[in-house]
Design a protein around this ligand. Sequence first.
Ligand code: AGP
Length: 618
Amino acid sequence: MCGIVAYSGTKSATPILLNGLRKLEYRGYDSAGIAIHSDNTIHIYKEEGKVANLIDSIGDYENDAVHQQCHVGIAHTRWATHGPPTKENAHPHGAGFVEPGGSRIALVHNGIIENYRALKARLEAEGKVFLSDTDSEVLSHLIEFYYTDDLAKAISTALKEVQGTFGIACIAKDQPDMLVVARRGSPIVIGLGEDQTIVASDASAIISHTRQAVYLDDNDVAIIRGGKIDIKTLDAKPVQRDTADIDWSEGAAEKGGYEHYMLKEIFEQPTAIRNSIRGRIDLDRGTSVLAGLGLDSREIVDLQRLLIVGCGTSMNAGLVGEYAIEDFAGMLSEVEQAAEFRYRNPIVGSKDIVLAISQSGETADTLAAVREAQEKGALVAGLVNVVGSTIARETGRGIYLHAGPEISVASTKAFTCQVSVLLLIALKFARSRRLSREQGIKIAEEINSLPELVERVLEQNDAIAKIAEDFVKFDNMFYIGRGYLFPVALEGALKIKEISYIHAEAYHAAELKHGPIALLEESMPVVALLNAGPGMEKTLGNVEECRARKSPVLGVISEGDEDARAACDWVIEVPQSSQFIATVTSTVALQLFSYHVARLRGCPIDQPRNLAKSVTVE
Ligand code: AGP
């Protein structure tokens, strides 16, 4: 997720663009840039790192004629998806910066262009020279390829060839007062000010100027010129969009109107999962497309074991992956806590692939585990969210999560996106072995349905908040699950521990009677994962054992399961699905449950005591 700001008006664009970037920095902060139109030239400034670096590099813009004369401009703060966070990969991009006279256009882009490779090959065959590794630069070249004297028309023509998502802002050297913006899947908000128009990825960069805004719909193109806004479809049909009144506070705006980043990130999960699986599912062949692994089927078949290393939530996601690899592919798989792996002289070698899972890509123990696995000759890959992070660079191959920045210390969307991609990895490995095309198609379709299933769980937010009220008083809890659902119990217990400070332990459901059952009493509630599938009846029996000892039970059950409902004191229903899918839907339910318990206990949810977002020390 990146941040876009654009300006057209009577004031100098530069300060407004830079202040807007500061407001959007939470959306992405690995590089930033602006392009302004002044003295018939497009001036571009870009820097690696935070917006402050960009501002330093621009210098004293308040006393610089170029900046004083610019009244149209675009700006971008990047969350890298394609290509590491370097100055060259920073936006804005212009097609002809290598050509005499500089580029005729400049573009900023938020989104993922799935077919950028094919478009790039075509443009290179036309002699176009690329300066960056990004998919966004391909779009700037494509627009310039079609551009003669009508920027909006060139943009529409180019965007009709794009597969994937975009939110863009674009200016042209020979149309000094024109700003063109467009969207598909990545939001674009147009702020309607006095003698000025401010465009941004979200309202947080707009509300200090105006609270009147127009939100573009998918495949809208808006031409902004001299305070006038014309909105058309990609086929140039004029459309009207209503003006909205933004009533957010500045603080709430950065959180998309949510009270906490954690809640925002919980509700972002349908979009985040869509981005994680986008372009990676082949429903026709019943397999997944994971180019970043750099392995063909023959190389995959030769691998004997898939080892997963990670910490915390990433390790819990890995456990779901372990179950899926063995279940789908019949291949050996193990998960190890990264610190344990790095110090115990692990038995690993050239027939193993070690997958390092890390949202931040900077966790010290996971990085050390990567280095140890490499030392012992294993193939190593990363499943990382932050592009260009240390683990991503040192593994050299792997899959980027595309979940967007995760700000809240408690990991939510990273987990569900990690599991979604792990299911794709298991599908890929299984199809190179005994899984048939028909079986693969069924699994691929279920994975593809995850965003919609998560949306249905999120609709229960109010009901889950009501249940949470009954848990505020407890100081201890058990979480129990079996099979695929045991990692969900682990993740659910971790979540409520880290944000509400309730002591919660997760146990394999069968483990209760081997000791922990001694703790069951009225003040020890149990959360039971009871989704329909293998082992559910046994866990239902464990629930009876709990209630026989007066422990109240919250069941996460499959929609319509009346037996499970009758066995519990409270229930949260999730859509009926295979258990490997229920790992995601049930986790979302427990994320909301933990959030509301913590909120009702008055805890500082986004930054819990003692915790850091990335544990870069041992
Ligand atoms: C999860 O809510 C925690 N914030 C923590 O366990 C985290 O998952 C762990 O530190 C691993 O971080 P990583 O995914 O960035 O490597």
